[in-house]
Design a protein around this ligand. Structure first.
Ligand code: HEM
Length: 395
């Protein structure tokens, strides 16, 4: 089974290389994968030694990473929270966190539920659907674009663009241009007429963002919010559909929905490996000689499986949130609460509306995304006979 394969892989890497393992992330492009729970905490907390600014990365500075490389979304610097250190990071982080904290949880749940109901209604009479393409890939972005303040039509175009940006490189570059254009127009529109949305709150924040800074932080919010939430929804639905014990623990009340979401975060982190940090100086770390300009990757899945973080039987215990799926330190995810509300509502709604849903292919025929960064399904085909549709069409 894949779960144990992965755990075994991280155990083997740790046995052979220790908590910091050398890896290649593209032909001739090397990095360090930080697999130890303790070392990963040290990595993300010590920003003086391990910077978040990819302009320090040696292969990039030496021109060894092509501009069309699939690595670019991670290592292409932008004036945004994810790529800043120290004071500049604190300034941007304060504004982004304040704007996210102003999101009304009840309103968010209502909007996720409405979008989820609409999606289920759109495929209900087919009695089968791929829950990745038809649900999990569309829903988080529809919600996040609304949080940013986009109307339905522009929101739908950004959804298409972000989904496209994850595909082939030429199309991805075009999709990226399209998304940036729409978000630039959004910033201009919200300057003229502010609303109750993240864009307007960023523009008005005392941190004094330039228009460009608002724009690039919006891009980061759209991109980081999308894949992570998509993967969290998909993995939770997969586990519920393929592991009857898990589903029955949930329905019999042995597990709460939050426990179930946490267990998925422990075992299948929405981003298994996250680039990156960049060494600011030569340093000895995890038994390795790291050179200034080296990239270090957060090995979240490996660190979550590190026996040091787990109780003696090696299984994550319910209520234990010491997993590193939301990161830690100054860059820890500022959207944990809204991300959980979106995921829980998305999962609850489809389970409620399609109560007899079952997986439509044998488990060993499920197709996975080939990526060093995530461990998630490319498709999750399900069938169902009797959807329970709501009497009122969703708003
Ligand atoms: C759904 C599950 C999510 C997971 C598992 C997740 C995970 C993470 C992790 C691990 C980091 C730290 C990255 C690092 O240290 O380099 C992070 C940062 C971030 N996340 Fe999330 N995230 C999720 C959802 C979201 C959503 C929905 C949004 C926004 C709408 C969001 C916005 C951000 C931002 C802006 C940062 C950068 C913070 C900073 O650099 O200070 N995340 N996230």
């Amino acid at each position: 089974m894949l779960d144990s394969d992965l755990t075994a892989l991280y155990e083997r890497l740790r046995r052979e290389h220790g908590p910091v393992a050398p890896v290649a992330i593209a032909p001739g492009v090397e990095a360090w994968l930080v697999l130890g729970h303790r070392e990963l905490l040290q990595l993300v907390r010590d920003e003086e030694t391990f910077s978040h600014d990819p302009r320090r990365w040696r292969p990039l500075r030496e021109g060894r990473v092509a501009t069309g490389s699939p690595l670019m979304p991670f290592v292409g610097w932008r004036p945004a929270v994810l790529f800043a250190d120290g004071r500049q990071h604190r300034r941007m982080r304060g504004a982004v966190a304040d704007a996210l904290a102003r999101v009304d949880g009840h309103e968010l749940v209502r909007s996720v539920r409405a979008a989820a109901e609409r999606l289920v209604a759109s495929f209900a009479d087919r009695h089968e659907v791929d829950l990745v393409a038809g649900y999990a890939r569309v829903l988080p972005l529809e919600v996040v674009t609304r949080l940013l303040g986009l109307g339905e039509a522009e929101g739908a175009r950004v959804v298409e663009a972000v989904v496209g940006a994850a595909g082939a490189t030429a199309a991805a570059a075009e999709a990226n241009r399209l998304m940036t254009g729409i978000l630039r127009d959004l910033v201009a529109a919200k300057k003229r007429r502010p609303g109750a949305d993240v864009t307007s709150w960023l523009l008005a924040h005392p941190a004094g963002f330039t228009d460009d800074e608002v724009l690039h932080n919006l891009v980061v919010l759209a991109m980081t919010g999308h894949t992570t939430t998509l993967n969290w929804i998909t993995s939770t639905l997969r586990v519920l559909l393929t592991d009857p014990a898990f589903r029955s623990s949930l329905t019999r009340g042995h597990l709460t929905a939050d426990d179930a979401l946490d267990l998925v975060l422990w075992r299948y982190p929405p981003t298994a490996n996250i680039p990156g940090r960049y060494a600011t100086r030569d340093v000895r770390f995890g038994g390795r000689a790291i050179r200034a300009g080296d990239m270090l990757i957060m090995g979240v899945a490996g660190a979550n499986a590190d026996a040091e973080a787990l109780p003696e039987d090696g299984r994550p215990v319910v209520g234990n949130r010491s997993h590193l799926s939301f990161g830690a330190g100054p860059h820890a995810c500022p959207a944990r609460d809204p991300a959980r509300l979106i995921t829980r509502t998305a999962v609850d709604t489809v389970l409620h509306r399609l109560p007899d849903m079952e997986i439509a292919v044998p488990e060993d025929e499920l197709v996975w995304v080939a990526s060093p960064w995530t461990k998630t399904l490319a498709r999750l085909p399900v069938r169902f006979s009797a959807p329970l549709l709501s009497a009122d069409p969703p708003a």
